[in-house]
Each structure stands twice: as C-alpha cells, then as structure tokens.
Write a protein that binds this ligand. Structure first.
Ligand code: 5GP
Length: 147
C-alpha cells in the first residue's frame, strides 16, 4: 500500500467501526474512538481513530478531523498516564507501507513506556487476552478527565 490510493471500506478499523468485528473500546463520542490495540507493544497500548473520515493517512486527513483526533489523543494519553503511571509515553503514527503502516485507516498509537520493560516491535507483538484488555480499558476510562 502506497501513500496514496483509494480508501478500502473493508479495512479492519472500518469493520470495527461498523461493529462487524469486536474491539475493546476505551471511550468514544460522535467523532472519535479510542480502543485497545489487540497486539499491544506494551501494556496499555491504545489506538485512536476518527469515526467520520475516510483518510488513510495523515496526509489525507481533513484539518478539522485532525484537530478532533489530536484532542482525543491528548485526552487519552493523559488518562493512560493517570491510570497506569508509565515512565514515558510514545505517540506514534505511521504512513504508507514503507512508513510502517499496516492498517489503512488513519490512526494514532499511544504506547505507555517503562524503562525496564522493552517495547515490543511494531507488528511483532503477541495477541492479548480480551479480559486483560478490558481491565486496562476500564482503568484508563476511569481516569479520563471531563471533555
Ligand atoms: P499500523 O501498523 O497501521 O500503524 O498499526 C495498526 C495497528 O493495529 C497495529 O498496532 C496492530 O496491532 C493493530 N491491529 C491490527 N489488527 C487489529 C485488530 O483486529 N484489532 C485491534 N484492536 N487492533 C488491531
């Protein structure tokens, strides 16, 4: 998949948004969804996506969608910090296959970091148990500040 091209409505995040495959949500509103990455690179790895845009990459996104997405990343990262007390947080976003992107619906990664726990490789992490992800999502959601 190159940097440019048509939006595939059957990409995995579009299917999650349509409820065709399960996901573990952290929070959502009419514009954005924050949910747990099922192959977490560290404990508490959250993804944030737009519910309204068909942008595949950052290059394609509408500025007003990006503003809402960025605000959602900020709110979620602050909740991750309050809930899990990481020593650092990596915010990552990949564009194009050569840029490391594997799902072509724009998304931002929030990856909590601890000095003594190496982050697993992007695309090389094992699948997490749903119950584990739900417990983490509940803790993060409970730490959300008012919108
Ligand atoms: P990308 O490589 O495009 O930046 O990130 C895609 C992310 O989606 C990866 O971190 C991967 O673990 C995650 N992912 C892939 N398939 C699924 C899925 O079915 N459910 C969830 N929740 N995450 C997924």
């Amino acid at each position: 998949m190159s940097l440019t091209g048509p939006y595939d409505p059957d990409n995995i995040f579009a299917k999650i948004l349509r409820g065709e495959i399960p996901a573990v949500p952290v929070w959502q509103d009419d514009h954005v969804l924050a949910f747990m990455d099922v192959f977490p690179q560290s404990e508490g790895h959250v993804l944030v996506i737009s519910k309204t845009s068909r942008a595949r990459t950052l290059l394609e996104v509408e500025p007003e969608v990006l503003a809402r997405l960025t605000a959602a990343v900020h709110r979620t990262a602050r909740a991750v910090d309050r809930a899990l007390a990481p020593e650092g947080i990596s915010i990552m976003q990949f564009n194009g296959e050569a840029g490391g992107q594997t799902v072509f619906h724009l998304h931002v990664h929030i990856v909590p970091r601890w000095a003594d726990r190496p982050m697993k490789g992007h695309g090389h992490a094992p699948m997490a148990e749903t119950a584990t992800l739900k417990a983490l999502a509940d803790r993060i959601a409970a730490a959300l500040e008012p919108d």
